[in-house]
Structure formats: C-alpha cells, structure tokens
Design a protein around this ligand. Structure first.
Ligand code: RB5
Length: 148
C-alpha cells in the first residue's frame, strides 16, 4: 500500500504522528505538505492528494486540518474519491468495511494525537466488505459519471 498524506497549518502535529505510525507499520508514504508556520488554504493540500489517489498513483490518502471538514469537503469534489471524516474508532472501521473510503480526514482541533493514530491504524488495516455495499458505491460512481 502507498499512502499520500498532507495537512494545512491546523494539522501539522497529527500529520507527524501519522507519519510515525506509517513508518512503524512499514507502509510506504509521501508527505505533500504543508511546510508552513503561517496560515495556508486547505484545498491546496487536499486536492493534489485526492487527485493522486483518484488517478491510482497512491492507494490511500490521509488529510488533516483543524476540523477535518475543509479537507473532506475538498477531497470529495474529486471524482472517484470517497473521503471519510472520522473522529472515532467505530467509524474508522465501518467506513472501510462499508464505504471503501480511500481518503481519511481528521481534525487536530477535535481529537488528540493518540486517538488519531489509532483511527488511522484501524482505517489502514480494515478491509472493504464488498457485497451489498458495492451496489451503493456503484450508485455514487454513477452519479459522478452523469453529473460531471
Ligand atoms: C484553518 O483555520 C481551518 O479553517 C482549517 O484547518 C480547517 O479546520 C477547515 O475546515
């Protein structure tokens, strides 16, 4: 698995925590910023990561901002992206099993580094269940085809 990760200025600490997790798990990743002390715009970091996942360059993306909301909204505008904003372990597992989410968003002003690390670990290690969920994901993809 190859992971693309990025954050804005509001998510730098959790980004470092997740990089440490990825190193520990032996998962290949690239960090797409930000290199920032000052305020930056989250779409500038969400969009490149989402596009790299959508075009198959990376298998998964992880995005962190203050709330995770801006990152998730931005990533979900990219065709083929199913970005889940997750702040609990139940959802981390369920969104992989049911939604086959390919991007994870989290908010550093919402949860601490320990929980973020556990969420990312569960999200990375949980398999998609397929089956009835395939029909539902198919409907999202159909909508994207028709309306973009
Ligand atoms: C930046 O101040 C903040 O708006 C951003 O990190 C994020 O929370 C947006 O959704």
């Amino acid at each position: 698995m190859k992971v693309a990760i990025a954050s804005d200025h509001g998510g730098i600490n959790i980004r470092e925590e997740i990089k440490d997790l990825l190193n520990g798990l032996g998962i290949e990743f690239d960090d797409f910023g930000c290199e920032c002390d000052t305020s930056v715009d989250y779409p500038d970091y969400a969009q490149p990561v989402a596009e790299k996942v959508a075009n198959g360059e990376y298998d998964r993306g992880i995005l962190i901002c203050g709330t995770g909301i801006g990152m998730s909204i931005s990533a979900n505008k990219v065709k083929g992206i199913r970005c889940a904003l997750v702040h609990d372990l139940f959802s981390a597992k369920a969104t992989r099993q049911h939604n086959n989410s390919n991007v994870l968003a989290m908010g550093e002003r919402v949860i601490g580094p320990g929980l973020a690390r556990e969420i990312a670990k569960v999200w990375l290690e949980t398999e998609y269940e397929g089956g009835r969920h395939e029909r539902r994901i198919g409907k999202i993809a159909e909508y994207e085809e028709k309306h973009r």
